[in-house]
Design a protein around this ligand. Structure first.
Ligand SMILES: Cc1cc2nc3c(=O)[nH]c(=O)nc-3n(C[C@H](O)[C@H](O)[C@H](O)COP(=O)(O)O)c2cc1C
Length: 192
C-alpha cells in the first residue's frame, strides 16, 4: 500500500463531499524540554518526499524544530470523519528551493509576508502598524520584483509512521498504521 496515494484519495473524496481548504493540518512540535505546542499550517505539497509547508523563521515552531526536529501532523477530514496522522522529522528546504517557491507566490502574499515575517510572534499594538508597513512596501516595490523575505522558510515533514483512522458510527472504527521500512511501507491494522 502506498500511503501517499491513499492520502490523495481521501483528500479528493473530502473535496467531492464539499469540504474546502482541505490542505490545512495541525502541526505539533515540542521544545527540547519536551513542552508541546500545536498550530494550523497550510500544506503546500504532499508526495513521496514528504509534506511541505512554509513559515517564518522567528516563529515558535521554527525555534522548536531547530531544537527538536521531531514533529507530528494531523489532517482532519470532517466530511468523512477521518484523520491521517503523520509522525516523523523535518528537513529544511535549501535556499534555491525557498526562492523557487517564493517566486511562485502571488505578489500580494509576497508583500504580506515581507510585512509581518520579520516581526512574527512579537507584540504589536494594532493591525494598522502592519497595514502602514504593507502600503510602504507596496509603494517601494511598485512594478518591481519583490525580494524573498529573510523570514520565509520551508520545511518538509518526512513521515516515519502514518496512521489512517476512519470513525465507525454503526461498526468499529478502522485504524491502519503504515510504517516506513526503507524500501516499502508496511501496513498493519490496529484495534481502534
Ligand atoms: C487557516 C490557517 C492557516 C495557517 N497557515 C499557516 C502556514 O501555512 N504557515 C504558518 O507559519 N502559519 C500558518 N498559520 C498560523 C499558525 O497557525 C500560527 O498561529 C503561527 O504560524 C504562529 O505559530 P507558532 O508561534 O506556533 O510558530 C495558519 C493559521 C490558520 C488559522
Amino acid at each position: 500500500m502506498n500511503p501517499f496515494v491513499k492520502i490523495q484519495e481521501w483528500l479528493n473524496k473530502e473535496t467531492e463531499l464539499g469540504s474546502y481548504d482541505c490542505n490545512r493540518v495541525i502541526l505539533a512540535t515540542a521544545s527540547k524540554k519536551g513542552i508541546p505546542h500545536s498550530r494550523v499550517v497550510a500544506i503546500r505539497e504532499i508526495n513521496e518526499q514528504g509534506v511541505l509547508f512554509f513559515t517564518q523563521r522567528g516563529s515558535r515552531k521554527v525555534v522548536e524544530l531547530n531544537e527538536n526536529p521531531f514533529a507530528s501532523m494531523t489532517l482532519w477530514l470532517p466530511a468523512q470523519q477521518r484523520e491521517v496522522i503523520l509522525d516523523g522529522h523535518v528537513q529544511t528546504l535549501n535556499s534555491h528551493e525557498n526562492i523557487d517557491y517564493w517566486n511562485a507566490l502571488p505578489r500580494d502574499r509576497q508583500l504580506r509576508f515581507n510585512t509581518y515575517g520579520p516581526t512574527s510572534g512579537k507584540i504589536i499594538h494594532s493591525l494598522t502598524e502592519l497595514e502602514n508597513k504593507y502600503a510602504e512596501l507596496s509603494a517601494h516595490f511598485h512594478q518591481q520584483k519583490i525580494p524573498i523575505s529573510e523570514s520565509y522558510c520551508g520545511y518538509r515533514l518526512i513521515p516515519e509512521t502514518i496512521y489512517f483512522y476512519t470513525l465507525g458510527t454503526e461498526t468499529f472504527s478502522e485504524v491502519v498504521r503504515c510504517k516506513n521500512m526503507q524500501e516499502k511501507w508496511l501496513a498493519e491494522m490496529l484495534s481502534p
